[in-house]
Ligand binder design. Structure first.
Ligand code: GLN
Length: 202
C-alpha cells in the first residue's frame, strides 16, 4: 500500500471541511492549517474557495502569507479552488487594491468573472488527466482564467454555451487550480490528482 501523503487545507476562511473529507477519500492524511507549525507539518496545501479578499487579510493578520509564499517558492505542491485559484495566480483583475496573493502560478484570472446572472451553476466538464466520465463542476462566483504562461497546462475549458473555450482548470508543475469546487460534488478525482502531484513533487 502506498503511504498517505500529509496534505493541509488552509483553514482561516472558506470551505475547509469538505476539502479535508475529499482528501481523505482520495488517499491523503488531511489536516487543517491555521498556524506556522501546521504549515511546516504538511507536504502539500489546498487553498479552498471562500472570499479571496478576506482570505488575503486574514492570511496577513495570522502571519501566514509570507510563509505560504516561501513554501510555494520552495516547491510545495499547492491546489487552489475558486478563491484559492485567485490566491495562487500571478495576475488578478478586479482585485481589491490592498489584496495580496501567494502567487506563483503564471496565469491571469478575473475575479467574479461569470457575472451576476450566473453567480452559481453546475456543468459537466472534460478534465485532462482524471480519466472516465466528465466532471460535475460547481461554480460559485467563480474566477476564470484569461491568459496562461508557456509553462502552464490547460486541463479544462468550458465546452458549450456563450462561455465556450473559457479556461477553468490549469496545472503548472506542482501547482493545480480550478475555477470550480470539486469538494462539493463527492467526486474526488481532482483531489486524487492533487494527491498524486504531492506524491510526485513533495
Ligand atoms: N468571488 C470569490 C473571490 O473573489 C471566490 C468565490 C469562491 O471561492 N466561491 O474570492
Amino acid at each position: 500500500m502506498k503511504l498517505a501523503p500529509i496534505i493541509g487545507v488552509l483553514a482561516i476562511q472558506g470551505g475547509v471541511r469538505e476539502h479535508l473529507a475529499s482528501l481523505e477519500v482520495a488517499g491523503a492524511t488531511a489536516v487543517a492549517v491555521n498556524s506556522l507549525d501546521d504549515l511546516e507539518s504538511v507536504q502539500g496545501l489546498v487553498i479552498p474557495g471562500g472570499e479571496s479578499t478576506v482570505m488575503s487579510k486574514l492570511a496577513i493578520h495570522d502571519g501566514l502569507l509570507e510563509p505560504m509564499r516561501a513554501a510555494r517558492a520552495g516547491g510545495m505542491p499547492m491546489y487552489g479552488s475558486c478563491a484559492g485559484m485567485i490566491m495562487l495566480a500571478d495576475r488578478v483583475s478586479d482585485a481589491r487594491p490592498d489584496q495580496e496573493f501567494i502567487s506563483g502560478l503564471d496565469i491571469s484570472v478575473r475575479r467574479n468573472a461569470f457575472g451576476r446572472q450566473v453567480d452559481s451553476f453546475e456543468m459537466d466538464l472534460e478534465v485532462q488527466g482524471i480519466g472516465g466520465t466528465p466532471f460535475p463542476a460547481v461554480f460559485i462566483r467563480a474566477p476564470w482564467v484569461e491568459q496562461v504562461g508557456d509553462a502552464v497546462q490547460v486541463l479544462s475549458t468550458i465546452n458549450s454555451g456563450p462561455r465556450a473555450g473559457t479556461i477553468v482548470a490549469v496545472q503548472q508543475g506542482p501547482l493545480l487550480a480550478t475555477s470550480f469546487h470539486p469538494e462539493l460534488t463527492g467526486d474526488v478525482r481532482i483531489h486524487a490528482t492533487f494527491v498524486e502531484l504531492v506524491r510526485q513533487y513533495a
